[in-house]
Design a protein around this ligand. Structure first.
Ligand SMILES: Cc1cc2nc3c(=O)[nH]c(=O)nc-3n(C[C@H](O)[C@H](O)[C@H](O)COP(=O)(O)OP(=O)(O)OC[C@H]3O[C@@H](n4cnc5c(N)ncnc54)[C@H](O)[C@@H]3O)c2cc1C
Length: 409
């Protein structure tokens, strides 16, 4: 493990170890930049490992793989260790492919990859404040067990998912109301009974009714069950379906049926109330499934997420801001740095311009991952594959800036 100290000035500091941050740090290090990655938890993966958002979606648009690069390397490394089934046609038809992965193995694969790429990783380190002079960040203050420490770099990458660094450094942004999602993991589920139910009740499911493809179970629908569940739980965000996805383990599934409306992810009080409410609702939801859903009679909760997941919280105003209509209309840009698929609309793609990663308010900062998307786009994209691609682009650009600065001096 490479050391990090507050006396040194680094080329690039990446804040956030989710799909965007990990790929940004690797791309930056590959570009020759001495790179530090800061993550507030003790492991990597972001929403994949914190909030049980799986499988990955968005690697393909129709038959074409549009996310390659570091994201695909991660999939291949997992596959070679038995931690992913690779890219499979999505049984629900929501996206073109799904890429199931083992979230526990992902933590290890990402960490090993960062070490191999000579990225300096700091866990249990929470970004607290940006020390700025005019439009330049001089250093970032990091809250660690031993207290607050300062880290300084030429370029910073905000991969916190919620624009935490950009907002603190003075970047204009838009705050959105958001639904909080709380998928949870159930064990001892009879998957065969679920598949039989789906095949015998196609009217209960949207899109394709094929519940399983290449050994991976994914079901979106259960319309009667959803109606009953929402009648019994009036405080939940309205939705027309439950989703059940297999994991890499037999008899284990991730259930998405708890979503609270209008939670302010930037307010600790609102967040705490939502966390507590979700934790109370999970056993109720598990009991509901045991009593009402085929295959769940002997099941029990295996795990709940470490953190609530949000649809949209903060959109940082980039030099060029991506709008809902840019995404929905599939707009193309001359300075595109990524083409992303839209789960929910298989076959549709949209582009992200380089300008969207920069903000006019902070000169030595790039923002990447979900914090650059508008809420409808986030809902439509819903994809960690897109974030991996955006992260890789940000890391590459940061290392190019470092080279330009080096050549100037
Ligand atoms: C309800 C819902 C369901 C979804 N389901 C799927 C799905 O099934 N498949 C899929 O592919 N995508 C899914 N997504 C989309 C996906 O979760 C996001 O696109 C993706 O996680 C964005 O990656 P990111 O790296 O930008 O942010 P994140 O994954 O949020 O990672 C941000 C990282 O930054 C860290 N961080 C935050 N603040 C700080 C701080 N102050 N200091 C240090 N570290 C910090 C966090 O701990 C985290 O590790 C879903 C999204 C939602 C809302």
């Amino acid at each position: 493990m490479l050391a990090v100290d507050s006396e040194s000035k680094y080329d690039v500091v990446v804040i956030g170890g989710g799909p965007a941050g990990v790929c940004a740090a690797i791309a930056s290090a590959r570009g020759g930049a001495d790179t530090v990655l800061i993550e507030q938890h003790g492991f990597l993966g972001g929403m994949a490992t914190l909030a049980m958002f799986q499988p990955w979606r968005g690697f393909h648009s129709l038959g074409k793989q549009i996310v390659q690069g570091i994201g695909n390397e991660i999939v291949q490394e997992l596959e070679s260790r038995g931690g992913s089934l690779g890219h499979l046609v999505d049984p629900t038809g929501v996206s073109f492919t799904v890429t199931p992965f083992d979230a526990e193995m992902l933590k290890d694969v990402l960490q090993a990859k960062l070490e191999r790429e000579h990225v300096r990783v700091l866990f249990d380190s929470q970004f607290a404040k940006a020390e700025t002079k005019g439009k330049i960040i001089n250093s970032v203050l990091i809250r660690r067990k031993e207290g607050i420490v300062a880290l300084s770099a030429n370029v910073y990458i905000d991969a916190t998912g919620n624009g935490r660094v950009a907002v603190n450094a003075g970047a204009k942004h838009i705050k959105h109301e958001s639904n909080a999602s709380y998928p949870f993991c159930m064990k001892k589920v009879n998957e065969r009974a679920l598949i039989d139910f789906a095949q015998n009740n196609p009217h209960e499911f949207s899109g394709t009714t094929s519940a399983i493809r290449n050994g991976f179970l994914s079901l979106k629908g259960f319309s009667s069950l959803t109606k009953k569940w929402l009648e019994e739980s009036p405080m939940l965000a309205r939705g027309d379906s439950l989703q059940i996805d297999g994991t890499m383990r037999n008899g284990e599934v991730i259930v998405s049926m708890i979503s609270l409306p209008n939670v302010d992810a930037t307010d600790e009080g609102s967040l705490t109330r939502a966390e507590m409410r979700c934790r109370q609702l999970a056993p109720k939801a598990a009991l509901f499934l045991a009593n009402n859903c085929p295959g769940f009679v002997d099941s029990r909760i295996h795990a709940t997420p470490q953190q609530i997941g949000f649809h949209a919280t903060i959109q940082v105003c980039g030099t060029m801001m991506i709008s809902d209509s840019d995404v929905m209309s599939g707009k193309t840009f001359d300075d595109s740095i990524a083409t992303c698929a839209m789960p929910g609309r298989p076959g549709s793609t949209f582009q992200v311009p380089r300008r969207a990663l920069f903000t006019p308010d902070v000169e030595n900062l790039l923002v990447t991952g979900r914090a650059i998307f508008p809420p409808t786009a986030l809902f439509a994209t819903n994809s960690q594959a897109a974030s991996m691609q955006l992260g890789e682009a940000a890391g590459r650009i940061a290392s190019e800036i470092k080279t330009t600065l080096q050549n100037k001096n």
